[in-house]
Design a protein around this ligand. Structure first.
Ligand code: FES
Ligand SMILES: [Fe+2]
Length: 381
């Protein structure tokens, strides 16, 4: 975000503070709780969101150079993302074309240019071509070329990697991010490295995990002890970018900036900037590090897998920095698990009470209203 945009946002925030108000949407939005409980909706989400949309899968540094790979099945499909020795990034369904064994365990590392299935030893090259088949006679008559790994659309831009979990259209990252692309490019995500990653199984709908990051309204009450001293939950700024958006949660320190000349104003010092990347990712810019939260459906509408990752600027982290980043990561997990997700799990159970009325996203929660409108639009399309 350039300096002029930071100043404009800070002026907007100061206007909210003066008026003891916050960003207000046009109207409250009532959402049927079936969006969180319906198995039919979950099936549509798997099909239309997790099956067809570009999904954020990580930063470029997680597949850092020629001969590296990243494998995980969080999105319901075992993804194998490979940087070839030619430097090109390719993505595949990581399932063997013989009888479907998973080629690799979830993880990341370097590869020797070929991937051998642990079951019967079929071997694929880094372009996904089947190059070895023990007892090939058994498969005589089947053209080897038809037995390549299933190739998936993948795109790398602004230091981020996006994949579709099924074959389909190429991915246009900038179109997907809409106006957020320029801001995200300026964060130098390409220079950020994974410090820690943790998966949590949570008893809540995957969208409830996203919801917790789309308004600051709950900070004053729910996070009073953990975050309330630093974050002012009464004021936040929201901007939609395409189907995603950006929430600026304000640090109380922002008041001190006001007396300084505008040329010295730095929004990032006095806020937490959260980008919602449609449909399931939150990217949180914390100046000295980046946190990413990805929510995926679990086995039912009542279950989610939520992946937390902390990225540091630069790969080298000395002992003092390590303690600092670990403390930040622990706080993120602690607050999410013990505060946000604990409340959300109670909501999730409650949504099954017969005749549960719709939930209401207030005008002061415009990020939630936007998000759920976009989900609805994608599912109705
Ligand atoms: S399932 Fe992979 S070689 Fe048989
Ligand atoms: Fe929260």
């Amino acid at each position: 975000m350039d300096h002029a945009a930071q100043v404009r946002l800070m002026e907007r925030v100061f206007g909210f503070l003066d008026a003891r108000s916050t960003e207000l949407g046009a109207a409250p939005f009532a959402n049927d709780v079936a969006t969180y409980t319906s198995p039919e909706q979950l099936a549509r989400e798997r099909e239309l969101l997790f099956g067809r949309e570009p999904l954020f899968v990580g930063l470029s540094s997680e597949v850092p150079g020629p001969g590296t790979y990243l494998a995980h099945r969080d999105a319901g499909v075992p993804l194998l993302i490979v940087r070839g020795r030619d430097g090109e990034l390719r993505a595949f369904v990581g399932l063997c074309r013989h009888r479907g064994a998973q080629l690799l365990e979830d993880g990341a590392g370097s590869h020797p240019g070929r991937f051998t299935c642990p079951y019967h030893g079929w071997t694929y090259d880094e372009r996904g071509r089947l190059i070895a088949q023990p007892c090939a006679d058994g498969f005589a008559g089947i053209d080897r070329e038809t037995l390549a790994l299933t190739r998936l659309p993948v795109a790398e831009r602004h230091g981020m990697i996006f994949v579709r979990t099924r074959p389909g259209e190429p991915i246009d990252v900038d179109a997907h991010l809409a106006g957020a692309a320029d801001e995200l490019r300026a964060l130098d995500l390409a220079g950020h490295h994974r410090f820690a990653r943790r998966e949590l199984a949570a008893a809540l709908n995957w969208k409830l995990a996203v919801d917790t990051f789309l308004e600051a309204y709950h900070v004053t009450s729910l996070h009073e002890r953990s975050l309330g001293a630093k974050i002012d939950g009464a004021t936040a700024a929201w901007d939609a970018f395409g189907r995603g958006g950006r929430l600026v949660a304000v640090r109380r320190s922002i008041a001190s900036a006001r007396a300084r000349p505008r040329s010295e104003w730095n929004l990032f010092e006095h806020s937490v900037v959260l980008y919602q990347l449609f449909p399931n990712t939150i990217l949180i810019y914390q100046v000295d590090h980046v946190e990413v939260v990805q929510a995926y459906p679990g086995a039912s509408p009542d279950a989610a897998t939520v992946v937390f990752t902390l990225y540091t600027p630069g790969a080298a982290v000395d002992e003092r920095a390590r303690r600092h980043f670990q403390a930040n990561f622990d706080l993120l997990l602690d607050v999410s698990e013990k505060e946000d997700f604990r409340i959300a799990a109670g909501m999730q159970r409650g949504f099954h009470v017969a005749g549960h009325p719709p939930v209401i996203y207030g005008r002061n929660e415009p990020g939630l209203a936007h998000y759920h409108r976009m989900i609805r639009a994608a599912l109705d399309a």
